[in-house]
Design a protein around this ligand. Sequence first.
Ligand code: GFB
Length: 314
Amino acid sequence: MKKRLFIAGHTGMVGASLLREVVRTGSYLPVLATRRELDLRDASAVKLFMEEQRPDVVIFAAAKVGGILSNSTFPADFLYDNLVLATNIVQASFQTGVQRLLFLGSSCIYPKFAPQPIPEDALLSGALEETNEAYAIAKIAGLKLCAAYRKQHGVLFHSAMPTNLYGEGDNYHPDHSHVIPGLLHRFHAAKEGGLPEVAIWGSGTPCREFLYVDDLASACLHLLTLKNPPDWINVGYGSDVSILDLAKAVARTVGYEGRIVLDSDKPDGTPKKLLDSSLLRATGWSPKVPLEEGLGRAYEAYKTARASGQLRAV
Ligand code: GFB
């Protein structure tokens, strides 16, 4: 009989991709709850839901996420919401006998000046990047919570740390989004409006590694097949790109031919965060979607969502 998999956060970009992958592979029986049906910040509601639904496995893809500006403007929300989600879901999973839980974190858990590419053991070896410290601390607490339950209670609760993600179902809010949806939206609007230039935030020099969300979904299902996974493991693409080069690639994807200028009032964030994903690669997983292809797929999904009035911009 198929195991019951609760995808916490299945309406977000990551959760929706996980659901598509579970349906495509037929690997689990999905257990789902929309935000309306279940407020994951309500501990007793989460416990009741888990008691009723009895999932065997949980993937923790629910989070309050946002780009650099959103993280630095709303640190209380990022810290509080993500801490509460972590304690509620991990504790309810333990109390209701969940066999296995995969918690999703972020590459921002590592120190601002970590060695590059960043190995897993760089965790807690230095100060964090200020723009996303609140989010990072909540994610570090979440991964440590899983490791502590595993150590104390012998449950298989473990974590994956994805690099910067993008793809279908992203959030396109002009200020709150991450860089790829932000730029896709701005370049598209500039092309439609015949604007001569588009501004990108910061100096254009920071480098970021980007993973198409469907690659993360396949990595998560792969991780769930490992008998003795590490407490946390990096999930990256393997190479990075400067923000200016990314902006040029987005302009090519959209077909925008105007100038690219810099908005230096906006923050740069960490100079570089390329993950060392060799541990995961050695277990037999590798990403499939190169950046240019991923940008094309994300842009198609953006246009489709816009045309049907379903674009997320929160
Ligand atoms: O994607 P982003 O917001 O995330 O920004 P972070 C990445 C880089 O792109 C920064 C630049 O150097 C931005 O200044 N950038 C250029 C832009 N134009 C834009 C734009 O229009 N929008 C945005 N958003 N950026 C996040 C963390 O940091 O990384 C989160 O805040 C999370 O906590 C995520 O961990 C993975 O990589 O800087």
